[in-house]
Every structure is written in structure tokens, then in C-alpha cells.
Design a protein. Structure first.
Length: 434
């Protein structure tokens, strides 16, 4: 492992830990079939010729990227509060485009997910399509997810590691990450931010909290399944939101925070239960879909990929902060009245005011999404400053739910192809720093 001290600006120390340039290797050779087009086919997966091998069903993001023939660079970014985050940079060895090099795309995943979501659909994955179009594609990994489990003073076994909220990610993680991306981008370039679900929440919070910085950094912010206030959430799980703090207290007392936050045990548990039989896999997906929307475009062949990636790790406080959205709030973490007064000077946490946003925002939502609904998407759009409403697109399909934005078999045709046009158009027509 080489450690090159790249830069010390703004207290952010950046290490380029590994540089991996790997040529295309045909990984399907000698691998057993692991995904099938129907749940029935899974009963005989090993020697069923309907089934095939998918690297994403068994491996991590790095392996998937290399297996598909893309160049991968892995960066370790240290935040001002001591977390060490991993960033993946993907580029296509075959595409050289001098214009798109100025516009790296940063992809930020949802709650309890990982950045591997954006490369889950093989060649039809959003990250690979963007790389094919000539962009440098950066995958972010939140603190506490399987790729970002480092801290200068703590390990994931320490309670302190998990004592963070969305506020900390906005304040510490994003500046460090954007600094790293821009240091690898030609002078004058700007980032195109694409978030899914919680990735949209954090984008809005960052844009609201640091409008001046954001204006310089972002060319365009794209929100897939935007999670602003979620008062109209249809998911039955929304009924759990008011119990977030109670649950957190309980978990704290039982020292469960530590255990239940780590991605590996969570994933093992899900895999053990959900990949036990084809029937159980189907049931597990249905259970998750009660959150995402009952009708899905996920194909049976994505099942093993899904349970290889979800659930990822996250802190209870982050989950609780996200649950606050379902109660109609878009604000800093609610620590309770006493602690709020200490931290914020007011009994209630201050809101993130999206009226302050100064970068163009483009929204894509689906009518079949139960977590981030049509009503909430429009509520967000109408509250943005008029000047920065770059567009809003409705996916008018009965079976394209919240998670289909990353796992839907048809996501390329339904969402990504249009996104590429929107990005191309913005690069040509929107002046920098409008
Ligand atoms: C594969 O097929 C053969 C013959 O068709 C059968 O005997 C064997 O049990 C099958 N193996 C598995 C793992 O299903
Ligand atoms: C890490 O530990 C050192 C030594 O105890 C301390 O000075 C520093 O503030 C800690 N940093 C963080 C981010 O926890």
C-alpha cells in the first residue's frame, strides 16, 4: 500500500492509497452460475442453463468495476472529525472526451445501501453509462458503510464511531469529498451531483447550509427519488418514525448501537435468511418493497445482487435523523430540548432552508414510489427558488418503485438515458456559476 500525502489544504489530509489499473479480465470463466431469470430457476441454479454468473452477486464494488473493464482508482479521504472515507473513481479506458473531463459526476447512494448500487446492473448501470460518456465517475461511501469504516481514533467496535448524524456528514464528509474530486478535475471544472434517496437529502442539506460553496462546486444537482420532507410517505414503515428516539434510547442502553450498525453482521443476517431458498428470497424482497413501493421492476436475477449489497451499515442516529423527514421535518438533528439549547441555542433544531439554494436542481420521481412520493417531490420542487428549478420528471409507471432507480431491470431505458441528455444539455447551455 503506497501512501502519498497529496494535499493538506483546509485541514483535509488526503491519501491516495491505492492505484488500480486493471485490464479487462473475463471473470465469468470458471465461476458457478449464481443468478436466474425466475425464482423457480433458482432451485436448480448450479446446473440450470437458464441461469448465469453475475460478479455483483458475490463481490464488492472494486471487483465489479474491474470485472467490467473500467479503470478504478481508490482514494482515502480524511475528514476534519477523523473519519476515513473511501471514494471510488471510475473511468472508461476507451472514451476520451475533453469536455466531459471538466464535469466529473459524483454518485451518492441511499440509506443502508452502498455505492455498489450504482454498478449493480452490469453494463446498464448508471455509473458505467456515465463513464462511457466520458465522465470521471466518483462513488461516495458514507461513514459507517462497508467501504468507509475507518477513523483515526476509533474502530467500528467503539460506540463513539457511531455517534454521528446527517449534520456531521454535511459538515465534514462532503467538503472533504468534494475537495478530493476537484483536486482531480481540470481547473474550471464543476461536479455533477447525482443522489438517490438519502443521497438527495444530503445534497439539499449541503446546498442549503453552504450555498456559496455549493454554487462554485456544482454544475447541476440531480435528485432521484428526492427525500426532502416526507409527510406523504405511503410506506407502512412510516408508522415507526415517531418511535425513533425511544428505540435509540433502548438500543443505547442495551449496547446494540455498535452491533446493529455494522454492515457485515447485518448483511450476513439478511443473506442467511433471504438466500436460504428461492421462496424466502422472494418474500424478503416483498418485505423490503413494502417500504419502496409494492410494484417493482426488479427482476429475479437481481435478488442475490440485492442481498449482497443491502443492508449496508449506518448509525442509529442517522436512521433516526432520516425518520425525522417522515414526520415532516427538514432540520438539524433533534437531540431533545435540553441538548438542543446547548448546541443550537434554541429548544428546536434549526431547519435547513432550501430557499437559500443557489445551484440548479433537477428531480426525477416515480408515481409507484411509496417512500418518496409524487406529492412530496412536488412540494420540494415548488419550495426551491424559482431560478434554480432546473426541471422535474415524472416516471409514469405502475411498477417502478423507490429502489428501481438503482435495481430496476429497465432503469437504463426509464431513467438513465434521459439523465445523460439532461447532463449533456446542462453542460452545453448552463453557464458555470449562474
Ligand atoms: C445437476 O444435474 C444432474 C443431472 O441432470 C443431477 O444428477 C445433479 O444432481 C444436478 N446437480 C445439482 C447441484 O442440482
Ligand atoms: C483523536 O485523538 C487525539 C489524541 O487523544 C485527540 O487529540 C484528537 O482530538 C482526536 N481526534 C478526533 C477527531 O477524535
Amino acid at each position: 500500500m503506497i501512501e502519498l500525502d497529496m494535499c493538506k489544504c483546509g485541514g483535509i489530509r488526503v491519501f491516495l492509497t491505492t492505484l488500480l489499473l486493471v485490464s479487462f479480465t473475463k471473470t465469468s470463466l470458471g465461476h458457478e452460475r449464481n443468478v436466474c431469470p425466475t425464482f423457480e430457476d433458482y432451485y436448480t441454479v448450479k446446473n440450470n442453463t437458464n441461469c448465469w454468473y453475475d460478479v455483483a452477486a458475490e463481490h464488492d464494488a472494486q471487483t465489479i468495476i474491474k470485472a467490467h473493464g473500467y479503470e478504478l482508482k481508490e482514494f482515502k479521504v480524511q475528514t476534519n472529525d477523523g473519519y476515513i472515507l473511501t471514494l471510488f473513481k471510475i473511468s472508461s479506458p476507451n472514451t476520451i472526451n475533453y469536455i466531459t473531463k471538466y464535469y466529473p459526476v459524483f454518485l451518492q447512494h441511499g440509506l443502508l445501501s452502498t455505492s455498489a448500487n450504482f454498478i449493480a446492473l452490469g453494463r446498464n448501470s448508471l455509473a458505467f453509462m456515465l463513464a462511457d460518456a466520458g465522465h470521471d465517475v466518483w462513488l461516495g461511501n458514507y461513514r459507517g458503510t462497508q467501504y468507509s469504516e475507518g477513523h483515526i481514533n476509533y474502530t467500528v467496535n467503539d460506540k463513539e464511531f457511531w455517534d454521528h448524524t446527517l449534520d456531521d456528514m454535511v459538515k465534514y464528509d462532503f467538503p472533504a469529498v468534494f475537495h478530493q474530486i476537484l483536486s482531480e478535475t481540470p481547473e474550471g471544472g464543476q461536479i455533477i451531483y447525482i443522489g438517490h434517496s438519502l443521497g438527495t437529502t444530503l445534497a439539499l442539506m449541503y446546498n442549503a447550509q453552504y450555498p456559496k460553496e455549493a454554487k462554485n462546486i456544482f454544475k447541476l444537482t440531480i435528485l432521484l427519488s428526492p427525500a426532502y420532507t416526507l409527510s406523504n410517505m405511503l410506506s407502512p414503515y412510516r408508522n415507526l418514525a415517531p418511535f425513533g428516539s425511544m428505540f435509540l434510547d433502548m438500543a443505547n442502553r442495551m449496547d446494540m448501537i455498535r452491533l446493529m450498525s455494522q454492515s457485515e453482521p447485518l448483511k450476513q443476517l439478511a443473506r442467511t435468511i433471504c438466500l436460504e431458498s428461492p421462496r424466502l428470497m422472494q418474500r424478503c424482497l416483498q418485505m423490503w418493497n413494502l417500504f419502496y413501493g409494492a410494484e417493482t421492476s426488479m427482476a429475479p436475477e437481481i435478488g442475490p445482487v440485492y442481498f449482497n449489497q443491502i443492508p449496508g451499515g449506518s448509525s442509529f442516529k442517522v436512521c433516526n435523523h432520516a425518520a425525522d423527514l417522515a414526520l415532516g421535518n427538514f432540520r438539524h438533528y433533534n437531540h431533545g430540548p435540553l441538548e438542543n439549547v446547548k448546541r443550537y441555542g434554541t429548544p428546536f433544531p434549526p431547519i435547513y432552508d432550501i430557499q437559500k439554494i443557489q445551484t440548479p436542481i433537477y428531480i426525477v420521481y416515480s408515481i409507484a414510489d411509496w417512500a418518496t412520493t409524487e406529492k412530496d417531490a412536488w412540494n420540494l420542487y415548488n419550495k426551491l427558488p424559482k431560478l434554480y428549478r432546473h426541471g422535474i420528471r415524472r416516471i409514469n409507471m405502475k411498477s417502478f418503485n423507490h429502489i428501481d432507480f438503482v435495481f430496476g431491470k429497465n432503469a437504463r431505458r426509464v431513467v438513465y438515458e434521459d439523465l445523460l441528455l439532461v447532463i449533456k444539455d446542462a453542460i452545453l447551455k448552463v453557464p458555470n456559476n449562474v
